[in-house]
Design a protein around this ligand. Sequence first.
Ligand code: GMT
Length: 378
Amino acid sequence: MKIGITCYPTVGGSGIVATELGKYLAEKGHIVHFITSGMPFRLGKYYPNIYFHEVDVTSYSVFQFPPYDLTLASRMAQVAKNEKLDLLHVHYAVPHAVSAYLAKQMVGDQLKVVTTLHGTDITVLGYDHTLKDIIRLGIENSDAVTAVSEDLITQTRDLLQVKKPIELVYNFIDSREYYPREMSRFRKDYAPHGEPVFIHISNFRKVKRVCDVVRIFHKITQSVSAKLLMVGEGPEIPVVRELADELGVSEDITYLGKQEDVACVLSMADVLLLPSEKESFGLAALEAMACGKPVISSNAGGLPEVIQDGVTGYVLPIGDIQGMAEKGILLATNKELYQSFSEQSIKRAHGVFSHEKIAEQYEEIYERVVTGNVCSKR
Ligand code: GMT
């Protein structure tokens, strides 16, 4: 099939999933055209069957704001016509599903549109009355719509009252990349006395409740000597640093910034802390599990669908700092329990969320919309 993919190309779960999906589909013989505002960050080198079309937004003196959505729609239509695309798979309803709808108007109904909802397009923007109707338009006019968790499907229905069937397709990890790596030599730099190492990975936005991470870690260190690795960059970093100073744990925290080789970084740690306020899926949790690292998380959004409470980690109410710290201490001090959680994490991540399995689900959806058999599974 000839597939156009649009996503946000910067670091972020949705961009990662879209790019990895495109790479794997190309490996399977599909022709994949990325139509994005910049080179997706996991697509830096040459891959056969993959093409990149940059959306270069025109600036013109009368425009107060550059018209990204319209430029994207035109570019989608151009690429679809030139390359005879069968479908556009867009990640994020706003504006990508809306631009794809416009592109379809220009190209004709033979161009099919599959929209994947990732989270904040619904759980944050869905509350915005100025955007609600246009998000609904994008969803209702897609030929198929998927969401990355059951929770996100429910939220989309509740917030936007969409009638369109929404299918569940979980996110995935490439099992050939996400597995436990031998990193003990490097781990020593951060935990020289064999201390347990906690890790947090995110874009350090408010919804991630990164200050909870520091508070949980602080409570843990009151019982066990431990270390914390902070991975990623974002607006909350200065706040977090200040809090860590206040609580006297700065010496035990290392900020690694953005990292490309997440599997290696995760392999230097023991437990991932993810106490988010909103998390439609929690790709970082899945990546950690795939590398054998249990996760202590909040029960936000789709996290309980990814982490099996009491088996591959612990899922506690949002803001339960004390409870999360207690579970951290438990995993740091009970070797047998930790071993079992670690093994179960690998088994679940590579079993339920493997790239082969999830890519097949997308291929079935593509096949269905392209051949015209649009009956949905839900
Ligand atoms: O988590 C973020 O802030 C980034 C955002 C994105 O645009 O990539 O993540 C969303 O999509 C990911 C991929 O489906 C999910 O794993 C994240 O849970 C989701 N984030 C939120 O719902 C806050």
